[in-house]
Design a protein around this ligand. Structure first.
Ligand code: ADP
Ligand code: MG
Length: 327
């Protein structure tokens, strides 16, 4: 037992077993390189975020991991085994919520969930329980007899999720599940994912919404052009960049000289003034706000609203790639 204790000490992260292990994945569509030697190591029990702008290769990566797409190089292991198109036993342990809603319009909500569940769960009584749990989970009980065509966009997304998770897999992959979803359904989806994870499910969550990824993911891989840009917890990612907070101060009478003085402050990266608001981007520092406000006071500038925002994952993306996440 002494050994076990030693092993758990300090290196738990490295020792955590991999739910998904991807090595050197390359995928080309003709001349277009969609995945460019992508590596992934998703630990069992975590919510792993894949964050990147549209076209960065998130869905391609997911489809390669699931062996739904062939790839040009690399290897994929899922839950300890090599993943191939005929890994049926393995597929039973994986749930997929695809980016594009994939349900049958001629089946009711309940029948759709039952159908997808039946691909993996043959015993009817057990499946019945699973379908009820999935209905409850996504909050579609009162819509169980509806056809998909009668559901709002948000409810349709919830049905898509129910179909992907009903068989209670160990690993669930959500590919942009909140696109074009109302805020209420979005919150229901994010909370649902957190509940699944709390019950022991490993989750891969792809999105181009940095706020969502930051809200629910334990670790985040930021990708662009099929490559890893950065990897870590949200805090670790923010610590990688030189930008600290961004300070905004409403002021109507800032002189050119005062603006110059702000720019001279040690921690200031740049400062812009449009006649109404001064926006200052600062490096890391303890008292940036005090320094800026102190200077404005000495210059006798009137000070209106004051806001300070911490760096976001978009700032991380911007600093590394030179463009915003939603360009
Ligand atoms: P994401 O999911 O991050 O939006 P995708 O994986 O869908 O990105 O796409 C990655 C890149 O591959 C994009 O440039 C996209 O246009 C291209 N692509 C995706 N699917 C195909 C396809 N079937 N044929 C040709 N190009 C594709
Ligand atoms: Mg996609």
């Amino acid at each position: 037992m002494g050994n076990t204790v030693d092993l758990m000490d300090g290196t738990a992260a490295e020792l955590a077993s991999s739910a998904v292990l991807v090595n050197g994945l390359v995928k080309r569509y003709g001349d277009m390189v969609a995945l460019d030697y992508l590596d992934l190591d998703v630990h069992e029990g975590e919510i792993f975020g894949l964050l990147g702008p549209n076209g960065s290769g998130k869905s391609t990566a997911i489809n390669c991991i699931l062996a739904l797409l062939t790839y040009d190089a690399g290897s994929v292991r899922v839950l300890g085994d090599a993943m191939t198109p005929t890994s049926y036993a393995l597929k039973r342990r994986i749930g997929v919520v695809p980016q594009n809603v994939a349900v049958f319009n001629e089946l009711s909500v309940e029948q759709n969930i039952d159908y997808f569940c039946s691909l993996y769960v043959k015993e009817k009584p057990r499946r019945k329980v699973f379908v009820e749990e999935a209905l409850d989970f996504v909050g579609l009980r009162e819509f169980r007899r509806f056809r998909p065509g009668k559901l709002s966009g948000g409810l349709l997304r919830r049905l898509n999720i129910a179909c992907g998770i009903a068989h209670q897999p160990d690993l669930i992959i959500f590919d942009e599940p909140t696109v074009a979803v109302d805020p209420q359904s979005r919150n229901a989806i994010l909370e649902g994912i957190q509940r699944l994870n709390a019950a022991g499910t490993t989750v891969i969550y792809t999105s181009h919404y940095m706020e969502e990824v930051e809200q629910i993911c334990d670790r985040i891989l930021i990708m662009d052009h099929g490559r890893q840009i950065a990897l870590g917890t949200a805090q670790e990612l923010k610590d990688m960049i030189s930008i600290g907070e961004q300070i905004s101060v409403g002021t109507l009478d800032l002189s050119e000289r005062a603006l110059d003085d702000v720019r001279q402050l040690a921690a200031v990266i740049d400062a812009h003034y449009d006649g109404k608001e001064l926006v200052v981007r600062c490096g890391r520092g303890e008292h940036n706000l005090i320094d800026v406000l102190g200077l404005l006071e000495r210059e006798h500038a009137t000070i209106g609203h004051i806001a300070s925002r911490a760096p976001t994952l978009n700032d991380v993306f911007l600093e590394i790639t030179g463009k915003g996440l939603r360009d």
